[in-house]
Design a protein around this ligand. Structure first.
Ligand code: TYC
Length: 102
C-alpha cells in the first residue's frame, strides 16, 4: 500500500497471505448398471492405479456408495471428472464422477 506523507512515499511490505491451492477429491459414485469391469478399467486408465488397487476402489464404491480415486488441484480434478464422464457416456453407462473439496 502506498502511504503519502509530507512529500515522501512509503511502500509498506504486504503481509504474506497466500494460501496453498485447495485440493479436490475425485469420487466415483455407485449405480446399479455400470459393469464392474468398466469401472476397474476407468480407475486404471484415468487414475493410474494397478489392477488390484482399481479393484479395491471399485468394490469400495460398490459397497459404500462412493469412493475416492485420487486427490488433485482444482483444474486437474475438473479435467478428470470431464474425461471420465465423457468416456462413460460414450460407452452408454450411467457412471457418475464428481469432485469434492478436501
Ligand atoms: N454397482 C455396479 C454393479 O453391480 C458396479 C459399480 C461399481 C458401478 C462402482 C459404479 O462407481 C461404480 N454392476
Amino acid at each position: 500500500m502506498a502511504n503519502k506523507h509530507e512529500n515522501s512515499t512509503v511502500i509498506e511490505r504486504q503481509a504474506q497471505k497466500l494460501k496453498p491451492p485447495s485440493m479436490y477429491k475425485v469420487v466415483l459414485l455407485n449405480d446399479d448398471y455400470t459393469p464392474m469391469e468398466f469401472v476397474v478399467a476407468v480407475i486404471q486408465e484415468y487414475f493410474n492405479k494397478d489392477r488390484e488397487t482399481a479393484m479395491q476402489i471399485m468394490l469400495k464404491v460398490h459397497r459404500d456408495g462412493k469412493g475416492v480415486c485420487g486427490i488433485f488441484p482444482k483444474d486437474i480434478a475438473a479435467t478428470k471428472v470431464d474425461l471420465v464422464m465423457a468416456y462413460a457416456r460414450q460407452a452408454g453407462h450411467p457412471l457418475q464422477c464428481v469432485m469434492e473439496e478436501v
